[in-house]
Design a protein. Structure first.
Length: 330
């Protein structure tokens, strides 16, 4: 049985994400949890003639939703409005994510946990610290979903270089998931016939770092990216299922993880001095199979990573200290 739970399933991301996951032939049970409307969304999706069973769970049935989960995807919480940073969401979303993580620790301690709720740079440390406290933490099994930055990178490159095939070329994005902490490694684009000037890289990098703001502005108070995020969230979930359920080897995605205790993370611990970082990760049967070392960076990328490190340090400390009083350990 492969049970995937979406927490926040009735929301702007939750609904299209659940729709995309209903198309997976690897999922046997799709459980939709939300404090509002989950049964309605579940009834609707359950009429689709793909193999998975769909169930809906309201606010008093978190235990039932999470029980026996293989994977829990968390897009629960409030989105930004114009003028807000992702960090401004911390005061509402931190406790939502903490409570869901406590549920996971109790009812599905071995599940993979995919965190979408912002600010990801801080909510992932919250989840990890909750699991550590409950003595069920496995760093290979918790992921901050930064796939939208990867998706945006290849889309935006394609928009200025039409020869670049966006879905066939994965661009590594390192750091975290907010503004200056998002560092796309555009110097490594290798497609034949496509090259970017230093000025193009600078413009693209800024657009990728602030891609979320483009959507927040265009939605004008009605929230942030939901459909592209659902696509990105489904892509990451499907990659993890391909690696963990089907046993596909060599699958790599950029993702924000706890470095300490993860296979292969030593080089990035040394390079960043941080407890959490986004980089390419090879996925496997237990989640992280290997954290890949940072690629060789251009001088500009190196400078951007240094800026990201400063901001990430504060974001991580904020998440960790929401759960414990001591600073994050590597
Ligand atoms: N990681 C990423 O790249 C991205 C992250 N996000 C983040 O995803 C989150 C969700 O965004 P949207 O779906 O647009 O928001 P939304 O407001 O449309 O949906 C959120 C859903 O969470 C539910 N919810 C609230 N408290 C809950 C709880 N305790 N348990 C379960 N469900 C709960 C709400 O009822 C609602 O249905 C936001 O924090 C947003 O910033 C958004 C886009 C990209
Ligand atoms: O911008 C936001 O608040 C939502 C988000 O994380 C993104 O679109 O990358």
């Amino acid at each position: 049985m492969v049970k995937v739970v979406v927490c926040g399933a009735a929301g702007g991301i939750g609904q299209p994400l659940s729709l995309l996951l209903k198309q997976s032939d690897l999922i046997t049970h799709l459980a939709l949890y939300d404090i509002v409307n989950a049964p309605g969304v579940a009834a609707d999706l359950s009429h689709i003639n793909t193999p998975s069973k769909v169930t809906g769970h309201g606010k008093d049935s978190l235990a039932e939703a999470l029980k026996d989960a293989h994977t829990v995807v968390i897009p629960a919480g409030v989105p930004r409005k114009p003028g807000m940073t992702r960090d401004d969401l911390f005061k509402v979303n931190a406790s939502i994510v903490r409570d869901l993580a406590e549920g996971c620790a109790q009812y599905c301690p071995k599940a993979f946990i995919l965190v979408i709720s912002n600010p990801v740079n801080s909510t992932v440390p919250i989840v990890c610290e909750v699991l550590k406290k409950a003595n069920v933490f496995d760093p290979r099994r918790v992921f901050g979903v930064t796939t939208l930055d990867v998706v945006r990178s290849s889309t935006f490159v394609h928009q200025i270089k039409p020869a670049f095939v966006p879905h066939a070329n994965r661009i590594t994005v390192v750091g975290g998931h907010s503004g200056a902490t998002i560092v796309p490694i555009l110097s490594h684009i290798t497609q034949k016939g496509v090259s970017l000037t230093t000025e193009e890289i600078k413009t693209l990098t800024h657009r990728i770092q602030y891609g979320g703001d483009e959507v927040v502005k265009a939605k004008d108070g009605a929230g942030s990216a939901t459909l592209s995020m659902a696509y990105a969230g489904a892509r990451f979930t499907n990659s993890l299922l391909e690696a963990s359920v089907r046993g596909r080897k060599g699958l790599v995605e950029s993702t924000y993880v706890h470095l300490g205790g993860n296979p292969g993370a030593e080089a990035n611990i040394a390079a960043t001095g941080l407890a959490y970082f986004a980089q390419d990760v090879e996925l496997g049967p237990e989640g992280v199979a290997k954290v890949l070392a940072l690629p060789k960076l251009s001088a500009e990328e190196d400078a951007l990573v240094k800026i990201a490190l400063g901001e990430l340090k504060g974001n991580i400390a904020k998440g960790v200290s929401f759960i414990v009083d001591i600073p994050a350990k590597l």
